[in-house]
Design a binder for this molecule. Structure first.
Ligand SMILES: [Zn+2]
Length: 234
């Protein structure tokens, strides 16, 4: 079988996989009063992340993404049903952290796989580990002969999922407006200035700051990084 034929076969499986995921998410939604089954599901051929949940952001619609590279039925060593279900739940738990109230006692550990996420896992019976592989070791999967791709170490998969998810959260975080119009800030070069306008971008916030006669446009992230906080907080 050629690589192209393999890709086609994998893409043909998307409706079946989508049905499998949606059926599970509908049950979880019903239990929790959420709408995860309505979040779009996309499929990719990522060999470094099994799945991900992308929260809504200015430049990306909310979606789940799963890699056909791991869950495709036509693969010699598709993840077992148990492992697939756990993967789907793992990503659903990321969705939950944004959509259910997290009790105070479960907010102590930060991070995308921190205590809030683990709490969500506990509600839906997902394995609260950022290792996806429970029943079967991914190391056994012979991806080389299958798709002529580098073999995958599941530790690497775990880390890159974390990276990908964290990057999405970080982008969101960077686009959160942390200043108000009228705030007075202190700039190392231009001195004291007043914020007159705020523009929210996809993953950044631009501040229009009046320094006397002159207005400068400064990235909010830069002001935060360099610790030039609001004058009122000093
Ligand atoms: Zn994760």
């Amino acid at each position: 079988m050629t690589k192209q034929q393999m890709f086609k076969m994998l893409h043909d499986e998307e409706p079946i996989l989508r049905a499998e995921i949606t059926a599970l998410y509908s049950v979880l939604d019903h239990k929790l009063g959420l709408h995860g089954a309505e979040v779009p599901i996309t499929f990719g051929m990522d060999e470094k992340a099994l799945g991900s949940y992308m929260p809504p952001s200015a430049d990306d619609d909310e979606h789940f993404q799963f890699s056909l590279f791991f869950i495709g039925f036509c693969l010699n060593e598709q993840l077992s049903k148990e492992d697939r279900m756990n993967l789907y739940k793992h990503e659903y738990a990321h969705y939950m952290t944004r959509n259910i109230p997290i009790p105070q006692e479960y907010t102590w550990q930060p991070g995308v796989h921190g205590s809030a996420w683990k709490y969500c896992c506990s509600l839906i019976g997902a394995i609260p580990s950022d290792y996806y592989v429970e029943g079967q070791s991914l190391k056994k999967v012979d991806f080389d002969s299958l798709l002529t791709r580098p073999s995958v170490d599941h530790k690497q998969v775990q880390m890159l999922d974390t990276y990908r998810t964290q990057r999405a959260y970080k982008k969101m975080e960077n686009a959160k407006i942390k200043y108000d119009i009228g705030d007075v800030v202190n700039h190392p070069k231009f001195g004291e200035g007043t914020i007159t306008n705020i523009e929210k971008g996809a993953s950044s916030v631009s501040l229009y700051i009046n320094f006397g006669e002159e207005t400068k446009i400064i990235d909010q992230q830069w002001l935060i990084k360099t610790n030039y906080k609001k004058m009122s907080e000093r």
